[in-house]
Design a protein around this ligand. Sequence first.
Ligand SMILES: *Cc1c(COP(=O)(O)O)cnc(C)c1O
Length: 251
Amino acid sequence: MNTISERLSEIQNRMAQAAQRANRDTREIRVVGVSKMHPPDLIGEAYAAGLTDFGESRIQEAEPKIDALQDECGGIVWHLIGALQTNKAKRAVRLFDMIHSLDRLALAHTLNRHLAEAVGDGHPSAPPQRLAVLLQVNVSGEASKYGFSLSGWEHNHEVLQRFFGEVEQIITLPHLAVRGLMTIAPWSDDPEASRPTFRSTQQLRDMLARQFPKQDWSELSMGMTNDFPVAIEEGATLVRIGRAIFGERPV
Ligand SMILES: *Cc1c(COP(=O)(O)O)cnc(C)c1O
């Protein structure tokens, strides 16, 4: 069994190789260590080994862990990567530095409203003026996946126009800072099976950048343990890696 530190350097090597294949600079790619189901001391170990970004899926699980690590690992950047229920949005805006799972227009309005209330309320956990968010997109059409529904956007003008309309509203919200897109490829043992999803997401991002040129579209959150090298070849800037760092999750 390797240590977390050894696993992290192995991942760095594979990232560097993937970046080189795609002629990309590794400095534009960050690892988000997915620590869901793992205890705070393991997160502390990864932090000590140099990992600064961590991803959690559930508010109820993340809240006590973020609390427990506040003092010792105060430099951690927390990412919410799992589906966010409307009734938990209020807690989420104080806990996380970036929300990857903004998957519907109504949630954007809810987050903005809670941020308007929480910003500058003097509480130590008051959120920043603008919270960084990614729009989660479903380009594959897989029924089980959350995200703005964009299946077939490449040849369906209506699908794209509807999404543009929603994006137009989201980017005007004063307390959200849209930074890019997030996607999850349909599950497969074969990492190559994820490539079309990642490529389509990058192309969609390029379309958005043309449509809304004043907006920052630089981030692409895609790729997990099984397919992160392919995601990097297709432009990922944030790879969400759990098992390759922490091992299999306890069940
Ligand atoms: C659990 C999870 C991951 C990490 O998956 P691994 O296979 O453990 O790397 C990444 N992204 C999301 C959205 C997840 O829920």
